[in-house]
Ligand binder design. Structure first.
Ligand code: ZN
Ligand code: ZN
Length: 363
């Protein structure tokens, strides 16, 4: 990301608050600070004003801040960021300043109030709204992270054998990602075999993979801070049951139908309804216990939600998962998850893996 990107993003934050009659914004949420500056440390705040942008951190991050945010006024204080904030406020003209109410603790709110020169005004989703639509560089980072996850899935699924534990499979997937450019995983890897696949978030356990059963793998990694998200189903050994194959077809049809509805101006709720209808019509309605998808970016789950209570409309540049599923307790669960990017004429499927179940060692 070039510095000019960050300048533009901060300008958009400033115009949003100025439009609301405020003269600055304090950003305290690390992921938003990263989005606006490129700073990857865990303790950094940003005070954006019309005259100047202050970056506040502690001495541990002095070197890193000089390298990553060299274009800003860096205020380093060993006595906590609120002290640095008071210093920055004293050096600026701000009176009414926005803060991020969803990420400010009660104690921090009290510390802000102690900076008496300023009236603090809650401004929910100030940066998250802007983060919904990705630029070309962000989409490329997501695509790169997805390609690594797909390759990890293929490599590990091809070598999968009964007797391995779910944790062994998860660690093989994670090692592959790390060795192929991922800086970290995007979330705890899900490897859920047999009846555990009916747990929508069945993170890998010590259970051994048995011959003649399903496995759900949900994997994502990060490149340049951006996440990927991928779910596929495997049947390991023997012939899959007819019921499982039929259920897989239903979920896959729901995925395809939802994907066809994605486009700019479409309400996210419509995309969810399209997937849900296919699963309901097949008689599995109550088994689809989660929403159809979510935005993906610097965070694995971000705005917009693709759910039955979403109030958002899709816009060009949004990157979303489409991941219908059904979960039958004591039997199995199925989820198929693709990543798509909303384009002028619909969407581009970023996922390249086929959606059919992978059959391992099937007679
Ligand atoms: Zn996932
Ligand atoms: Zn997901």
């Amino acid at each position: 990301m070039t510095p000019i990107h960050y300048v533009r993003r901060r300008d958009r934050v400033l115009s949003a608050v100025v439009d609301s009659g405020l003269d600055g914004a304090l950003l305290t949420r690390p992921v938003n600070v990263r989005y606006l500056t490129g700073f990857t440390g865990t303790n950094g705040w940003l005070l954006v004003t019309a005259e100047e942008v202050f970056f506040l951190t502690d001495p541990r991050y002095q070197q890193q801040a000089s390298a990553q945010v060299s274009d800003l006024s860096i205020v380093t204080t060993p006595r906590g960021l609120p002290k640095g904030l008071a210093e920055a406020v004293a050096n600026s003209e701000v009176e009414r300043v926005a803060f991020e109410p969803n990420h400010v603790t009660v104690i921090l709110r009290e510390q802000l109030e102690a900076v008496a020169e300023v009236e603090w005004v809650p401004f929910p989703m100030l940066v998250e709204k802007q983060r919904r639509c990705k630029d070309a560089e962000e989409i490329e980072a997501i695509r790169a992270a997805l390609l690594v996850s797909e390759a990890a899935f293929q490599e590990v699924a091809n070598g999968l054998a009964p007797g391995q534990t779910e944790i062994e499979v998860a660690s093989d997937l994670e090692l592959y990602c790390r060795r192929h450019g991922a800086e970290s995983m995007a979330f705890e890897t899900i490897v859920a075999s047999g009846s555990r696949s009916a747990l929508p978030h069945g993170v890998a356990s010590t259970r051994c993979i048995e011959a003649g059963g399903p496995i759900m793998i949900d994997i994502g990694c990060k490149i340049n801070g951006y996440c990927s998200d991928l779910t596929r189903m495997i049947w390991c050994g023997g012939i899959p049951s007819r019921r499982w194959l039929e259920a897989h077809d239903v979920v896959n049809a729901a995925r395809a139908t939802a994907l066809e509805t994605v486009g700019p101006g479409i309400a996210a709720i419509e995309v969810d309804a399209a997937a849900r209808e296919v699963i309901e019509d097949a008689g599995f309605g109550p088994a689809f216990v989660h929403s159809t998808g979510h935005g993906v970016g610097l965070e694995i789950h971000e705005s917009p939600k693709v759910s039955s209570h979403s109030d958002q409309r899709l816009e060009v540049g949004m990157v979303l998962t489409i991941e219908p599923g059904l979960y039958l307790e004591g039997e199995f669960g199925i989820r198929i998850e693709d990543l798509v990017c909303v384009t002028e004429d619909g969407c581009e499927r970023l996922t390249t893996l086929e959606t059919e179940p992978m059959l391992r060692g099937t007679a």
